[in-house]
Design a protein around this ligand. Structure first.
Ligand code: 3PG
Length: 215
C-alpha cells in the first residue's frame, strides 16, 4: 500500500500530463460539488484539486470521487491528520503548499501520490534528494513567476513543476511554454460567483478554454 517518493512522482507526472490545468477548488457547499466536478471534467479538465480549507472540503471530495472521468485529489495538506482524512474521503493524490518530513512520510505510508510544494532551489533539491522529481512551484507569481521557474530549469532540469498561485488564463501560457512545466494549477476556472450561482455551463466554458492552452 505504501509508495516510494519515486513512485509518487511517477503518478504525479501522469496526472499532470492529463490536462494543461489542474483546477484548484475551494468548495463552500458539498451539495454542489458533483455538479462542479462534472462541469470541469466535461470541459476537458479531469484532474481536480479540492483544497482542505473549508468545512465542506472532505464531503466535496467524497462527492466528486463518484463522478465518472475525473481524478480528485486533496490540496492544502498540512498535517498527517489531513492526509488520513483525505485518503478516507477518497482522494487519489495530494498536494501541499510546502513540504515537511511529516507530510512526505504520511503520504508515502498511506500510498497517496504527493505533489509537494517548493519555492526555492534548496527546497526543490531537498525534495529531489528524497526522490520527488515532480513538484508544485508555489506561490508561483509571488516568487518571480515564469522567469523564476525558467531559471530553475538550467541547474535542475531533472525536476518538473506544476506552478500554482497567481496563475490564470493571462499568464498560464508563459509557464506552459517552459521545459520544466508539466501543467499549471489555478482557481480561475471555478470562480466563486459562478459556483454560487450554479453556472455550470459558464464553468464548463472556462474549463474548455483552459484545456485548449498549448503546452
Ligand atoms: C493554491 O491555493 O494552491 C493556489 O494558491 C491557488 O492559487 P490561485 O487562487 O491564485 O489560482
Amino acid at each position: 500500500m505504501s509508495l516510494t517518493p519515486r513512485e509518487a512522482s511517477e503518478r504525479a507526472a501522469e496526472l499532470c500530463r492529463m490536462a494543461p490545468v489542474i483546477p484548484v477548488l475551494v468548495v463552500e457547499d458539498a451539495a454542489s460539488a458533483a455538479d462542479l466536478a462534472r462541469a470541469l471534467i466535461s470541459g476537458g479538465l479531469p484532474v481536480l484539486e479540492v483544497t482542505l480549507r473549508t468545512p465542506a472540503a472532505l464531503d466535496a471530495i467524497r462527492a466528486m470521487a463518484e463522478v465518472e472521468g475525473g481524478v480528485v485529489g486533496a490540496g492544502t495538506l498540512i498535517t498527517p491528520r489531513d492526509v488520513e482524512a483525505a485518503v478516507e474521503a477518497g482522494a487519489r493524490f495530494g498536494v501541499s503548499p510546502g513540504a515537511t518530513e511529516q507530510i512526505c512520510e504520511a503520504c508515502e505510508r498511506a500510498g497517496l501520490p504527493l505533489l509537494p510544494g517548493a519555492a526555492t532551489a534548496t527546497e526543490a533539491m531537498r525534495l529531489l534528494e528524497r526522490g520527488y522529481d515532480v513538484q508544485k512551484f508555489f506561490p508561483a507569481e509571488a516568487i518571480g513567476g515564469a522567469p523564476a521557474l525558467k531559471s530553475l530549469a538550467g541547474p535542475l532540469p531533472q525536476i518538473s513543476f506544476c506552478p500554482t498561485g497567481g496563475v490564470a488564463l493571462r499568464n498560464a501560457a508563459d509557464y506552459l511554454g517552459l521545459p520544466n512545466t508539466l501543467c499549471v494549477g489555478g482557481s480561475w476556472v471555478a470562480p466563486a460567483d459562478k459556483v454560487r450561482a450554479g453556472d455550470w455551463d459558464g464553468i464548463a466554458a472556462l474549463a474548455e478554454e483552459a484545456a485548449r492552452l498549448p503546452r
